[in-house]
Write a protein that binds this ligand. Structure first.
Ligand SMILES: Nc1ncnc2c1ncn2[C@@H]1O[C@H](COP(=O)(O)OP(=O)(O)OP(=O)(O)O)[C@@H](O)[C@H]1O
Length: 570
């Protein structure tokens, strides 16, 4: 993305607000015009009023200036009200687009980023981008008019001193260019460092229990110190850079005023200029030097915004899940077939290699295999969180990649060992916005083994951050109740009862023959009680299928004996 593209995208942010921008410019133009009258009025107050001794003119002019200042203030309030509305709308739209995109992004984006890092990056970038609608940004554009008025005023007063003022432009341009270049470099570094810091922060807060229990508080404190210092150093650098930039600006402006006084006083002493003209000249000079500084400072302002805009749009260009929204045919419940599936999370590191297996409609299948053999990866492909590199997954004979993602996901429920619970009531965590009768909810709680706990705390019990106020078993039971309520034809259990007690486990296993009788069920488990109940067992060995068959047949395989050493239960 070139700088030109970025600036184009920035200006496009204001595209839908043309009417409001028109009002802002209108207000700014009128107040600029009014402001331009002030030096002439001041000149008349000095020359005609004080030096000429005309009290009436003096009074009229003073009251006139007061009225002008009042009008300028009123225009300023109108302009600000409209501008603040634009800022709010641009900010909302940037957050809205980013949030929607984030929710549709491929799951691997979240593998090496935490919520704190994502939120920090978006907050920093959006805050920087919104500053295109800053007061100074609009002000700068109208400054061009003020500058033209100022130059005309100067020429009327004295052309020789005007040349002196115009010499200021190239000097200021060189100074600004230097500061803008340096600021862009520091901003780039700041963005990178604050990204690292927020990633570390989210990671550490997420692991606060480990920090306490393993007594690594000092180590983490040291890391905090290092990372925070780097960020603060960059922030200090940027703040100081702004100070240096405005100090350089001040020095140049005052140098110019000093020169005007020196040259102007000579002209006054030689009777070529009145005293009032000198004061008017200095005010008009500020109408020229101020805008020149402001206009040339656009480069400096943009140098702080461009890195954030670039990162924001790079984020917006990251791949989303292939949702196939245009496809309207709804998937039909039927056999699921994995046909010669190969998959790798990272290039060159195959995880699944030529996996072929059929889960017939309404059948119960268990997948077993050592840690890392690829069981959860199969589930990730079945839920379309990832797509196979080679091969196809067919549902009732149709490739699931050709189905609308939303419609396909309406067919599949997952009860996982790592269920995420929102910081909300048990009821809302089970229903997830689905309108459900109390009777249905009661049945789901009973079947999932949650009934006793609900009697203790009620369905309105708020579970805390990711269910922190629940036990592991209670969380898993909520996951099961959630799947039962959503009543989808395919249900996947990924070590779903690893934390439930023996009684609840028995109760849940019994569901295979009752509540889940008509559903296609795929279970990752090594528990004998389940393995002996299912229709088929798929044994995975290092990403390949070792054997598929019934409990008795699979028990005879060579790999089974090795597995038995790992899982005493089977
Ligand atoms: N998001 C990921 N990015 C990169 N590699 C991954 C990712 N998820 C899993 N892996 C790797 O893929 C391999 C298979 O992982 P998978 O979770 O499918 O195994 P599993 O059989 O379910 O293991 P377990 O019994 O321990 O749950 C592992 O080597 C793992 O390190």
């Amino acid at each position: 993305m070139t700088e030109k593209d970025i600036i184009h995208k920035l200006t496009y942010l204001l595209h839908g607000h043309r009417r409001k921008i028109f009002i802002i410019f209108g207000c700014l133009l009128i107040s600029t015009g009014l402001n331009l009258c002030i030096p002439f009025i001041s000149k008349e107050i000095m020359d005609e009023g004080f030096i000429g001794g005309n009290k009436n003119i003096l009074l009229y002019l003073v009251v006139g200036s007061f009225a002008i200042y009042m009008l300028i203030s009123a225009l300023n309030i109108i302009k600000e009200k409209v501008r603040v509305e634009i800022v709010a709308k641009v900010q909302y739209s940037l957050w809205h687009q980013a949030y929607e995109h984030l929710m549709r992004m491929k799951i691997n984006y979240f593998d090496d980023r935490n919520a704190a890092e994502i939120f920090n990056n978006l907050s920093v970038d959006i805050a920087n981008m919104v500053s295109v609608a800053d007061e100074s940004a609009f002000f700068v554009v109208t400054q061009a008019f003020s500058m033209v008025g100022g130059v005309i005023g100067l020429f009327i007063l004295d052309y020789r001193m005007t040349i002196l003022v115009l010499l200021f432009i190239p000097i200021k341009a060189v100074v600004m260019k230097y500061f803008a270049k340096y600021r862009k470099k520091v901003m780039d570094e700041f963005i990178l460092d604050s990204e690292k810091y927020s990633s570390w922060f989210g990671d550490t807060v997420g692991g606060v229990k480990e920090v306490k229990l393993f007594d690594i508080l000092d180590n983490k404190h040291r890391e905090f110190d290092e990372k925070q210092r780097v960020v603060i150093r960059k922030q200090k650098k940027m703040n100081m850079l702004s100070q240096w930039n405005s100090a350089a600006d001040d020095v140049l402006v005052h140098l110019l005023i000093t020169l005007i006084y020196i040259v102007g006083s000579n002209l006054v002493f030689n009777m070529q200029l009145s005293v009032g003209s000198i004061f008017a000249f200095i005010t008009y000079s500020s109408y020229v030097t101020g805008p020149i500084s402001a206009i040339l400072n656009i480069g400096y302002l943009l140098s702080g915004i461009i890195p954030s805009t670039k990162r924001y749009y790079m984020f917006m260009e990251l791949d989303e899940e292939n949702s196939n929204q245009k496809i309207t045919t709804s998937p039909q419940f039927g056999d699921i077939e994995l046909k010669n599936i190969s998959f790798a999370y990272e290039e060159g590191k195959p995880i699944l290699d030529g996996v072929s297996v059929i889960f017939t409609k309404g059948s119960k299948t268990a997948i077993i295999g050592r840690n890392g053999s690829g069981k959860t990866t199969i589930i990730n492909l079945l839920t379309r969180l990832y797509e196979p590199e080679n091969g196809q997954i067919l549902l009732n004979g149709t490739n699931i990649a050709d189905m609308s993602l939303q419609a396909y996901r309406e067919m599949v429920s997952i009860v996982s060992q790592q269920i995420y619970l929102f910081n909300d009531s048990i009821r809302n965590n089970i229903c997830l916005y689905k309108q459900v009768s109390d009777a249905m909810l009661k049945i789901a709680c009973r079947d999932s083994g949650l009934e006793d706990f609900i009697k203790e705390v009620s369905l309105d019990y708020v579970v805390g951050q990711n269910g922190a106020m629940l036990s592991g078993g209670q969380k898993q039971k909520i996951a099961l109740a959630r799947a039962l309520i959503h009543d989808k034809p395919i249900i996947i259990f990924d070590e779903a009862t690893s934390n439930t007690d023996a009684y609840s486990e028995q109760q849940i296993n019994a569901l295979l023959h009752t509540g889940l009788r008509d559903k296609t069920v795929i279970v990752i488990t090594h528990k004998k009680e389940v393995l002996s109940e299912v229709d088929q067992i798929v044994v995975l060995d290092d990403g390949k299928i070792d054997i598929v068959g019934g409990y008795e047949a699979v028990k005879k395989s060579k790999y089974w004996l090795q597995l038995r050493d790992d899982y005493v239960d089977i």
